[in-house]
Write a protein that binds this ligand. Structure first.
Ligand SMILES: NC(=O)c1ccc[n+]([C@@H]2O[C@H](COP(=O)([O-])OP(=O)(O)OC[C@H]3O[C@@H](n4cnc5c(N)ncnc54)[C@H](OP(=O)(O)O)[C@@H]3O)[C@@H](O)[C@H]2O)c1
Length: 320
């Protein structure tokens, strides 16, 4: 049996439950590749799954549990039946979400359907910041909302992981983008291509935004959520990312009153979409911003930063 370092939890709780320890190294099964992980991306769902078992996953119900989904690294072994990847390929992905992927590790076994060749222009650190947030932006805008060129989309919360990709993807599609940030991120989102930037510390978006075709809400702010419905035109759409029962009930009621289509979807893995996203990076249509890079063993510090709620772009853990 061979071992590796990983961040594991033995109970759900605050960041002190994150322990850096030796665990068994996985072996690639049918249709999987073994990845030597170079970097791990951190997402708010990592923090949520540290605090309590996620309602929408079969993963974090058993303990001990290895957190995380976003990886970038090299293929070092092929499971039976794998022809899509070769030894030495540099890949990135969000394997198995929302089930346990064990990404906070030196080695991860990943289904080939959930990974793609990493964008060549990106380092492993940059690539690890991409999968979950970029797939979310892609799927919400293009699969769920069917955003079209010429439409106007309001990205509520443009400076975080999902928001900073959503602005760029909507602009690439030919849409007009309105977004909100705090003062320190106004220039950041403008440089990503946002056409109208509202500093939410100075102005209420509902006083400025009117009759947009759709909204992508990346914020968890209940006040923001309530007011989003009044800025969408009748027959428009509102996609929100915070899947809670109370939000679903309130959203359904407000959507019906405003005659707006309301969606609360969950991101899913897709190697195919990650390959398309990689091409956008390589063609210089997309950029990833890393707010901070920390060693894997300092994951507790990264979780605290994420819980602060004001990460600009992405947080990434360096593995080796
Ligand atoms: N349903 C799904 O499948 C799915 C997928 C991905 C993410 N999510 C959820 O979506 C949310 C966003 O994810 P993320 O990775 O983008 O998070 P994140 O990177 O942690 O987002 C932080 C950003 O939110 C901005 N923000 C905070 N309060 C705001 C407000 N009132 N108005 C405007 N912006 C505000 C901050 O900008 P300022 O510092 O400028 O305030 C910061 O840049 C999380 O709750 C996450 O769990 C759901």
């Amino acid at each position: 049996m061979s071992f590796m370092k990983a961040i594991q939890i033995h109970s759900f709780g605050e960041s002190d439950v994150l322990t850096y320890e030796n665990v068994e190294r996985p072996k690639p099964q049918m249709g999987e590749v073994l990845v030597r992980v170079r970097a791990v991306g951190l997402n708010p769902v990592d923090v949520a799954s540290r605090k309590a078992p996620l309602p929408f996953t079969t993963g974090a119900k058993g303990l001990p549990y290895i957190l995380g989904w976003d990886i970038a690294g090299e293929v070092i072994a092929l499971g039976p039946g794998v022809t899509q990847f070769a030894l030495g390929n540099e890949i990135y992905g969000m394997p198995r979400f929302p089930n346990e992927a064990k990404a906070y590790s030196e080695y991860v076994s990943a289904p080939v359907s959930d990974i793609a060749l990493k964008p060549q222009r990106l380092t492993h650190l940059q690539a690890a910041g991409v999968p979950l947030a970029a797939l979310t932006a892609w799927q919400m805008l293009f699969e769920v909302a069917h955003l079209q060129a010429g439409q106007t989309v309001f990205v509520a919360g443009g400076a975080g992981g999902v928001g900073h990709f959503a602005i760029q993807l909507a602009k690439w599609k030919g849409a007009r983008v309105i977004t909100t940030t705090s003062t320190r991120n106004v220039t950041f989102v403008r440089n990503l291509g946002a056409d109208v930037v509202i500093d939410y510390t100075k102005q209420a978006f509902e006083d400025v935004v009117k009759e947009v075709d759709g909204v992508l809400n990346t914020t968890t702010d209940k006040h923001v959520f309530r007011h989003l419905f009044q800025v969408v035109k009748r027959g428009g759409w509102l996609v929100s990312l915070r899947a809670e029962k109370a939000i679903k009930e309130l959203g359904d009621q407000l959507a019906s009153e405003a005659a707006v289509q309301f969606f609360l979807p969950l991101v899913h893995p897709s190697g195919k979409q990650l390959a398309e996203i990689a091409k956008l990076f390589d063609d210089d249509h997309l950029k990833v911003h890393l707010d901070a890079v920390l060693p894997l063993k300092d994951v507790a510090q990264a979780h605290k930063l994420s819980e602060g709620g004001h990460v600009r772009g992405k947080l990434v853990l360096m593995v080796g």
